[in-house]
Design a protein around this ligand. Structure first.
Ligand code: ADP
Length: 413
């Protein structure tokens, strides 16, 4: 089964065409600056990638261009749209409604729209991507895969905030988490790699990149995660502040005369590694300057590692131990120095990093010492493959029995 995976952002649309049985990536691409007359479309694999500048007034046009590039021209991957068996859409916010991936119907679309309150840019864009696909492939089944559904298992003590209860009742203010598809993928893949049943493991999964999150996964069930009602919470990130004293927000707003939107921009786009270092949100640039003695760069680097270390400690406490710590994301996968700093001092908790394995080896590997009580593994994440798998499972069942309502027992209320 060939699944087209679509990840629509407010002004972008990323896609991959994946054959699920063979796990082969047949094509991939990115439409950037959707909504403009000078949009960019990158399409193709490796050296065969081509980039063209085209008018892309909306997501509907973007989908049309993607389908054309998949089926014609020098980069064509399939002969006709009939070879796309299903489409899987990444949806950022499923809110309280979705605790798993679902077949898309009008009811699902209206729930995604309702949840756009919590992720306005992302959910609205996802709907535009869905509508574009419905328009150009009306008979192809589609599945929604939510970044938040993995965290619907969190207990109330983890997802509630200690503010007046009425805000939960009135505005659904609670933790939803994010990056769930990535954490689900790396937790399942880690269990496979360790040849263990995930239901026998206590895992801490760390997605460390520009966006950062850490989750506690107890016997296959997510019990806590660092991102909150929005992806701003938790760890220090590339440009996001993560958890800070909430009083700072109103204090700075008053001092600087800022509007809520301006303050929101500062916390989301001007903080984190970038805000502290004053250099970049990119860890490599910060590291380079730190190596040359830049004190703020060094401070930003140390704060990033300390923030991850503290969440690992928290989640060991939450689960009463940990069997394996899993790392992914641009930083988690690639920065041996950051990993050294995160795990420094955790030996007393039975967490022993093997410096040589940490330095070099295959992309997916164990990096703890042979006598470490807690395993540490690096697993490159693959959210698109996870989306393709979910799509495959649901559509496969739908084809086998078209009369069953697979969304029937969802959390709709
Ligand atoms: P996003 O959250 O945007 O998907 P990524 O997971 O791609 O981000 O991670 C981007 C981060 O990974 C950047 O800070 C970048 O500097 C860092 N990174 C990528 N490769 C390396 C490397 N070899 N060494 C250190 N940091 C790296």
């Amino acid at each position: 089964m060939n699944v087209l995976v679509i990840n629509a952002g407010s002004s972008s649309l990323k896609y991959q065409l994946i054959n699920v049985e063979s796990q082969a990536l047949l094509a991939k691409g990115l439409c950037d600056r959707v909504g403009s007359n000078e949009a960019e479309h990158k399409h193709g694999l490796g050296d065969a990638e081509i980039t063209e500048c085209v008018a892309m007034p909306d997501h509907d046009h973007a989908v049309a261009l993607v389908l054309e590039a998949l089926t014609s021209g020098p980069t064509k991957a399939i002969d006709s749209l009939d070879e796309i068996d299903a489409v899987g859409h990444r949806i950022v916010q499923g809110g309280k409604y979705f605790d798993r991936s679902v077949i898309i119907d009008e009811d699902v679309i209206s729930k995604i729209d309702e949840m756009a309150e919590l992720a306005p840019l992302h959910n609205k864009a996802a709907i535009m991507g869905i509508r574009g696909c419905q328009h150009h492939m009306p008979d192809t089944p589609m599945v929604a895969v939510f970044d938040t559904s993995f965290y619907q298992s969190l207990p109330p003590k983890a997802y509630m905030y200690p503010i007046p209860y009425e805000y939960y009742e009135k505005y659904a203010v609670r933790k939803y988490g994010a990056h769930g598809t990535s954490h689900r993928y790396i937790s399942e893949r880690a269990a496979d790699l360790l040849e263990e049943d995930i239901r026998d493991l206590k895992l801490i999964t760390c997605h460390l990149g520009n966006g950062c999150s850490i989750s506690a996964i107890d016997h296959g069930v997510a019990v806590d995660t660092s991102m909150g009602m929005t992806p701003l919470d938790g760890l220090m990130m590339g440009t996001r502040c993560g958890s800070i004293d909430p009083a700072i927000v109103t204090y700075i707003m008053e001092k600087e005369g800022l509007t809520p939107k301006e303050m929101n921009d500062i916390l989301n786009k001007k903080s984190g590694l970038y805000g502290v270092s004053g250099i970049s949100n990119d860890l490599r640039s910060v590291d380079e300057r730190a190596e040359h003695g830049d004190e703020r760069a060094l401070l930003a680097y140390e704060m990033y590692s300390n923030s991850a270390k503290k969440f690992i400690g928290q989640y060991i406490a939450v689960m009463g131990g940990v069997d394996c710590i899993v790392l992914t994301g641009g930083v988690g996968e690639n920065s041996a120095k950051m990993r050294r700093m995160i795990f420094a001092g955790l030996q007393t908790m039975g967490i022993m990093l093997d410096y040589e394995k940490n330095r070099t080896g295959p992309r997916e590997r164990e990096i703890s010492t042979d006598d470490s009580e807690v395993l540490i593994v690096i697993i490159p994440t693959d959210e698109e493959l996870m989306i393709a798998h979910d799509t495959y499972e649901l559509v496969h069942d739908l084809i086998a029995d078209p009369d069953i309502d697979y969304n029937e027992d969802l959390l709709f209320f």
